[in-house]
Design a protein around this ligand. Structure first.
Ligand code: NDP
Length: 328
């Protein structure tokens, strides 16, 4: 106990500042579990928090980092004891509650998930919020009744974090995966994860018709805006689209045509406040089903002290796959 290193976002006269410094336990916020953080990750939202590009940080000073894995140091929560390995994603951590870009975190035990058997702390953060969201998307499609025999599954933003894990999970589940990407040079990478075809994202990013030729039975969309509208327009009758992101924009310039003329369903994915039973089910399935070779192929590592250099890069769509942050 005592002092620990952390990144801190604060309000400055010129906007927002981001500094790496030393904090004290007394700086931590209320919570019944204190965790020694071993790994965190870089998600799109972390890029927004570190740069201040969107107002995702709503408490200052803030330690960014919307997810982490680590080991419980102290706990008064009935489900957790010192030495337990845990994962945290969501619940406003890194936005309204001090986050994971730190050697120590204090959170509510109700927010934690025990690290599933067979998964290391590093692998859990190679998956991170992005991979967990990809699994929630697959589960939503399956819950809808979508099956690989219905036709191909499209993944947009395929070279990014959510997209890479979604490609691997859908391929593993037996789907013919079409990976939409703006990075044609990543075709080998995407086929290595299990994509059967690549599609130039430019085909989807401009304003399109309310209905288009039916091309896929299911989709995981991380892009939003015109891309999501075009994805819906080309979804087969009875198909479903899991919408989880806004990399192109928050708007949805679509029409009701895909819904009322083809019975297409739009499934919303919110990873932040998913109830614990579903959260545990998703993590257990990730531990069981996500191919470890594919996970390793999509993962790079950065030390905590250097995570700031990825803030702009992830917002510019320049980070491939997933990035694990190692915490000393
Ligand atoms: P990444 O930056 O890793 O991936 C996003 C990918 O989208 C990029 O790699 C790029 O893929 C593509 N992309 C970027 N900009 C554009 C654009 N202007 N037009 C079309 N495609 C674009 O981010 P994450 O995977 O971490 O997150 C993806 C999205 O999902 C974000 O919007 C994030 O906020 C959201 N999200 C939502 C969650 C939820 O709970 N609903 C949880 C986690 C993430 P390529 O180069 O292959 O085209």
């Amino acid at each position: 106990m005592g002092r620990f290193n952390a990144w801190v976002v604060d309000k400055a006269a010129t906007g927002q500042s981001l500094t790496f410094g030393t904090l004290d336990d007394s700086d931590l916020m209320d919570g019944d579990v204190t965790v020694r953080v071993t790994h965190s990750t870089v998600n799109y939202k972390d890029g927004l928090a570190m740069t201040g590009r969107s107002p995702v940080v709503r408490r200052f000073p803030m330690i960014p980092g919307i997810d982490f894995s680590g080991v419980v140091e102290t706990s008064t929560h009935p489900d957790y004891a010192p030495g337990d390995a845990v994962i945290l994603t969501g619940w406003g951590v890194g936005e309204t509650h001090l986050g994971g870009y730190a050697e120590r975190a204090r959170v509510r035990g109700d927010w934690l998930v025990p690290l599933p058997e067979g998964l290391s702390g590093a692998e859990a953060m190679a998956i991170g919020t992005a991979g967990y969201t990809a699994m929630l998307s697959l589960m939503a499609l399956e819950h809808h009744g979508a099956r690989p025999g219905d036709g191909p599954a499209l993944v947009t933003g395929a070279s990014g974090g959510v997209g890479s894990v979604a490609v691997a999970l859908l391929a593993r589940a037996g789907w013919h995966v079409i990976a939409a990407t703006g990075r044609g040079e990543e075709a080998d990478y995407l086929s290595g994860l299990g994509a059967a075809e690549c599609l130039d994202r430019a085909e989807l990013s401009q304003p399109g018709k309310p209905l288009a030729k039916e091309r896929w039975a299911a989709a995981v969309d991380v892009v939003g805006s015109h891309t999501l509208a075009n994805v819906l327009a080309a979804t087969k009758a009875g198909g479903a689209v899991a919408a989880c992101g806004l990399a192109q924009g928050m708007d949805l310039p679509s029409s009701v045509a895909p819904f009322i003329l083809r019975g297409v369903s739009l499934l919303g994915i919110n990873s932040v406040t998913t109830p614990l039973p579903k959260r545990r089910a998703a993590w257990d399935r990730l531990a069981r089903d996500l191919d470890r070779t594919a996970l390793a192929a999509m993962t790079t590592t950065v030390p905590l002290a250097e995570v700031d250099r990825l803030a702009e890069a992830i917002l510019a769509g320049g980070v491939r796959g997933r990035t694990v942050v190692t915490v000393p």
